[in-house]
Ligand binder design. Structure first.
Ligand code: FPP
Length: 254
């Protein structure tokens, strides 16, 4: 798999003992990638889907434990209907061809976001993929679909308030962990917070993605548009991550 000279050089620098456990990616630049080629925007999303396959396999091979991908935000509904419809078809096409590979690589599919607003066929494809990979215990491929972090936090606050109102929870007992436990990432347990957040295509924004969970994540903004991202650019991002000194507010370089 790693054949070119450049690959070998990159591998030399990669410390396989310090692979970030949870990598989150804001997959941006599909539209610009297509426009640069005089193609319709959706051609960028189609190519972006192929990148999802490549990067999933690369991350799994490197020993990443959770890969969270921002596939459709609560704000993406504002796009033209044709583009939204195309994006809604992508999970169907993706899982129709890719679930056997996911199972072969022991990758488990999970989802964050309110999928009840997605078309029935999309919901079914997502639920089937979750079911078909339920016994896999390798990397978790965590799709954010109709996900927005403010929406997630609002729902968590509402749910905590309900528990207080029902007398099940004392306000003084609310901790940071209580909040984490009510977020859509709660099923990820100790792995819920990304170690590394990557955004492609040069934009330097978080765009409502995992706002609570990235409190101490390393952030990387890379110039490649998402369809040009691959296992090699992922490794480069991890090498950059490994050169950073995470202190979590303390003083010790670990
Ligand atoms: C952002 O690029 C990308 C999206 C809003 C969609 C991301 C979706 C995929 C990469 C495919 C997902 C695949 C599966 C399997 C669900 P943009 O359109 O905002 O690009 P631009 O900023 O250049 O216009």
């Amino acid at each position: 798999m790693f054949s070119s000279k450049k690959d070998t050089e990159t591998e030399r620098q990669l410390d396989m003992e310090r692979i970030p456990a949870h990598i989150a990616i804001i997959m941006d630049g599909n539209g610009r990638w297509a426009q640069h080629r005089h193609l319709p925007r959706v051609a960028g999303h189609k190519q972006g889907m192929q990148t999802v396959k490549k990067v999933t396999m690369a991350a799994s091979d490197l020993g990443v434990k959770v890969l969270s991908l921002y596939a459709f935000s609560t704000e993406n509904w504002k796009r033209p209907a044709t583009e939204v419809n195309y994006l809604m078809q992508l999970p169907i096409r993706f899982f129709a061809t890719f679930v056997p590979d996911l199972v072969k690589h022991n990758v488990k599919v999970m989802v964050m976001g309110d999928i009840t607003r997605l078309p029935e066929a999309t919901q079914k494809a997502v639920k089937d993929a979750i079911k078909d990979t339920a016994d896999c215990d390798g990397m978790i491929l965590n799709f954010a679909l109709n996900y927005g972090s403010r929406d997630e936090i609002t729902r968590a606050v509402r749910s905590i308030a309900d528990e207080v109102k029902e007398g099940q929870l004392d306000p003084s007992a609310i901790t940071e962990q209580t909040i984490s436990d009510h977020l859509m990432s709660a099923p990820l347990g100790k792995l819920a917070d990304p170690d590394l957040l990557i955004r492609t295509s040069g934009e330097e924004r978080i765009s409502n993605f995992m706002l609570w969970q990235i409190g101490y994540s390393e952030l990387e903004f890379v110039p490649e548009h998402w369809p040009d991202f691959d296992g090699e650019t992922l490794k480069r991002a991890i090498i950059e991550f490994q050169g950073r000194h995470r202190r979590f507010g303390g003083l010790v370089n670990k």
